[in-house]
Design a binder for this molecule. Sequence first.
Ligand SMILES: Nc1ncnc2c1ncn2[C@@H]1O[C@H](COP(=O)(O)OP(=O)(O)O)[C@@H](O)[C@H]1O
Ligand SMILES: [Mg+2]
Length: 248
Amino acid sequence: MENIIEFNDVHKYFGEKKVLKGLDFAIKEGNVCVIMGPSGTGKSTVIKLMVGLLKPTSGKVIVEGVEVAKTDEKELLSLRQKIGFAFQFGALFDSMTIEENISFPLQEHSNLTKEEIKEEVKKSLFMVGLIPNEVMKSFPHQLSGGMQKRAAIARTIILKPDIILYDEPTSGLDPIASDLISRLIVKLQKELGTTSVVISHDINESFKIADQMIMLYDGKVLANQKPDFFKTTDNPIIRQFIDGISEM
Ligand SMILES: Nc1ncnc2c1ncn2[C@@H]1O[C@H](COP(=O)(O)OP(=O)(O)O)[C@@H](O)[C@H]1O
Ligand SMILES: [Mg+2]
């Protein structure tokens, strides 16, 4: 398997504040990689570096063989079409129906007819476990939080991205809705071969989905291992983080 994402000695400073202090890791194509760490350690920053929303202060971020910070506008656009970004807070447009929301990327980026787009919207909704006829004409606020997140993921997958980045996809959801999102991430991996990068505070959900887990601490990679390592390690910082969270 190839590395689809690589961080080589990545530093990111905001003014005086040194958030990332030399990150090195790679994510293999088709894997689900969970990134964890205390609040404010730079997890969202890592994701923004992957899509070129931020540039590293030094070091290289390489996605699909391309150094993100060195791309011109055209290359960056083409890279972003291969990467789906499921934002932390919803991200559906409130004033559009679910159908309009999900068809939006295809209207922007494809030459499909109206009918073809409708078919793709239906396929995407089925994929995330929503019944098209029940939700297409609804507005986001008419759906539950978990359904809204799934609709947002349906919009992300309609462009068939190679990589999906999820920033805390289960935050604010109850355990049942969280579990549905976790299953969906694994289903997209199995059926579409999607590589997933998931930032998560939910350690139990993370253990269910991860092939690889990276723990960030004090601006560095504290551990980059398979889930079993995190279940059994004696490292006190990791234990405190994992046991502390799962007791919540
Ligand atoms: N655009 C920015 N300008 C200045 N500081 C920022 C910016 N983005 C993030 N930060 C700071 O960087 C640190 C890490 O932020 P973030 O990546 O959002 O952490 P996490 O997602 O792990 O909670 C925080 O202290 C945050 O205030
Ligand atoms: Mg964050």
